[in-house]
Every structure is written in structure tokens, then in C-alpha cells.
Design a protein around this ligand. Structure first.
Ligand code: ACO
Length: 321
């Protein structure tokens, strides 16, 4: 038994923040941002618009693409670092919106690797026969935890949601997923505030992304290079067997380094970082949805998804679309 993606959906909030807008907010330039990151613009959730709102749009689009009703879903996993509430989970809030009752619903928190983690978990639910039709989402309102006075981070992030319907199938499907973490890197990329540290800490210091960008960059490039090898070896495949790379969209230079490692031409790499910025857990499913809907990715092609993020966490999924 395999799990197979039968529909994809994506959603970006209406409001667009360009590099030129950011020039008015911090000491930066469009040229610097494009040159160092590849980002031109990002979408920002409206006031009051939550992660669950974004997730709901993406979920409904994925359901429509799969030709499924919400009542067919028997598992909901939402990957997010920016949940609407401490509890209930965003997955439970979404379940209520979709008016479905009783199936397992939970959030996964692995920052930018969240969607790959969620996909790996859902794949195992399906392979063991526990689930037949899973809704797997990456959704973020990262703009809520960005320090808009810190030029080193505020130019990078955006909001959005991407979703897939993952169904049981005798044909592959997901071939393998590879999930990793090393918590010893926590200080390089963190939001150093949280419930258990005390509410005053959360309110006083502010809950903002802090990142040693240059150090994160180096570890990300090396780690993603290694996971490409691990993923191909696990499946007895060669680099040339991969039709499409669907990377986490953090920085165009990190994406190019992974593509070079795979010897993949740029036109076989799905790039949305220029338009979306880094949407954390939403970035991989959003990129997948864009390339499925514009007809680039076709049934039967081999896709390699990879991601790296806070934790550090990193992971990959190899699949036949
Ligand atoms: N505009 C202009 N100058 C800037 C800006 C900016 N927005 N940001 C930083 N600079 C300056 C710095 O102050 C520094 O100036 P200095 O030399 O006078 O000290 C100079 O530019 C170079 O800074 P670096 O940090 O060395 O720049 P770098 O080339 O590394 O680019 C970046 C920074 C884009 C953040 C890069 O390091 C990066 O992409 N890192 C990885 C991010 C990532 O992948 N994160 C993981 C996922 S995120 C998650 O999990 C939530």
C-alpha cells in the first residue's frame, strides 16, 4: 500500500509587500534583497486573518482538485509554527470549519520542515492502513512573529498555505520520506518566547524570529546536499531519475546549491521564493501547487521535496506524482 497525492491547493493573502515597500520600513534596498535572497515580494495576512483562515482556503482548493468531499477525509495534519491558538490545534479548528467530526486532527511543529514532516507522518498512517484519505497542510502567518525593525530577517518571510489530499493507492505514490533534527542548533534560529517560559516573557521581550542568517545558510546548504544523497540511495535511484526539485523556498542561493548537487537544470526546479518569500511550512506545498496547476508537473514524474528550518529540522520526500 502506498500513499499518493490526488489533489493540491494553495492560498496567498491579498496584501502584497514588495521590496520597495520594505525600503520605506528599514535600511535595505530592492537590489540587496534580490541579490542575496532572490525575493521580490511576499504576501501578508490581513489584520485578523489567521493561519486557519489561510489553511481553509488551501484545503478547499485541494479537495476540489482531488474531486473529494470534506466528509471523505479521515485524517488532518496541519504543519504550522504560527497556530491561531495555544489550543485547540489549528487542525481541530480547521476540522470544525470543514464540518467533519471524529477523525484524528493534530498539528506538527517543525518550522520550515513542517510540511515534509506532516507528509511523512500521513504517509505512515496510510501505509499502515490507519487512514485512507488525509488532508495534509502547511500554513503560516509568519508575519506575526517577524521583528519588522530587523532588516536581517524582516525581508525574508511571508504568509500563505498549501495543502494536499493524500490517498491510499496500490500504485506509488510516496516512495520514501526522510525526517531529521538536531536540537543543538537551537540558538541559530529561534523565537525565544513561549508558554512555558511564562506569559510575561512572551509579552515583554516580544515573540520574534531571531536568526544568525549566515551560519544557518552554511548548515542548510551542507545538510540539504547530504539529504539528496540519502534519499536517492534509499530508493536505488540516480540524480538523473529526478524530474523536479521542489525545495523549501528560503533563499534562491540555497535552492541553486541543491539543484547543482542534483545536476538539475533550473527549469526543473520549482521556484516561488521570488513571489512568496519564505512561507516556512507552507512553502513546499505552495510551490507544488503552483507547478501542478500551471501544467509543469505531470502525472508519473519523479519529484524530490526537501526542506530545512528551525530546530534545526530537515527532511525530504521522494514521490512519483
Ligand atoms: N538589507 C541590506 N543589508 C543587509 C540586510 C538587508 N535586508 N540584512 C543584512 N544586511 C547586511 C548585514 O548587516 C551585513 O552587513 P555588514 O557586513 O556591514 O555587517 C551584510 O548585509 C551581510 O550580512 P550577512 O548576514 O552575512 O548576509 P548573507 O549574505 O548571509 O545574507 C541572509 C543574509 C539572506 C539572511 C542569508 O544568510 C540566508 O538566507 N540565510 C539562511 C536563511 C534560512 O534558510 N533560514 C532557514 C529557514 S527559516 C525558518 O526555519 C523559520
Amino acid at each position: 500500500m502506498y500513499s499518493r497525492i490526488t489533489g493540491t491547493g494553495g492560498y496567498l493573502p491579498d496584501k502584497v509587500l514588495t521590496n520597495h515597500d520594505l525600503e520605506q520600513m528599514v535600511e535595505t534596498s530592492d537590489a540587496w534583497i534580490r541579490d542575496r535572497t532572490g525575493i521580490e515580494k511576499r504576501h501578508i495576512a490581513a489584520e485578523g486573518q489567521t493561519t486557519c483562515d489561510l489553511a481553509e482556503h488551501a484545503a478547499r482548493r485541494a479537495l476540489e482538485a482531488a474531486g473529494r468531499a470534506a466528509s471523505d477525509i479521515d485524517l488532518i495534519i496541519v504543519a504550522t509554527t504560527t497556530p491561531d491558538r495555544i489550543f485547540p490545534s489549528t487542525a481541530c479548528l480547521l476540522q470544525q470549519r470543514l464540518d467533519i467530526h471524529g477523525c484524528a486532527a493534530f498539528d506538527v511543529q517543525a518550522v520550515c520542515t513542517g510540511f515534509v514532516y506532516a507528509l511523512g507522518v500521513a504517509d505512515k498512517f496510510i501505509r499502515t492502513g490507519t487512514s485512507k484519505c488525509a488532508l495534509v497542510i502547511g500554513a503560516e502567518t509568519l508575519s506575526r512573529i517577524v521583528d519588522w525593525t530587523d532588516r536581517g530577517t524582516c525581508v525574508l518571510f511571508g504568509d500563505g498555505a498549501g495543502a494536499v489530499i493524500l490517498e491510499a493507492s496500490e500504485e506509488p505514490g510516496i516512495l520514501s520520506t526522510h525526517l531529521h533534527a538536531d536540537g543543538s542548533f537551537e540558538s541559530l534560529l529561534t523565537v525565544n518566547a513561549g508558554v512555558s517560559q511564562g506569559y510575561d516573557v512572551l509579552q515583554g521581550a516580544g515573540a520574534f524570529i531571531q536568526m544568525k542568517g549566515n551560519e544557518v545558510f552554511k548548515v542548510a546548504v551542507n545538510t540539504l546536499g547530504r539529504i539528496v544523497d540519502e534519499t536517492l540511495a534509499a530508493n536505488g535511484m540516480k540524480k538523473s531519475d529526478v524530474d523536479w526539485l521542489i525545495p523549501h523556498q528560503a533563499n534562491i542561493r540555497i535552492i541553486q546549491a541543491t539543484a547543482r548537487k542534483l545536476k538539475l537544470p533550473t527549469d526543473h526546479v520549482v521556484i516561488t521564493v521570488d513571489q512568496h518569500g519564505n512561507t516556512s511550512a507552507a512553502s513546499v506545498p505552495l510551490a507544488l501547487d503552483v507547478a501542478v496547476r500551471d501544467g509543469r508537473i505531470k502525472r508519473g514524474e519523479i519529484l524530490l521535496m526537501e526542506a530545512f528550518g528551525g530546530g534545526f529540522t530537515w527532511g525530504s520526500a521522494l514521490l512519483k506524482y
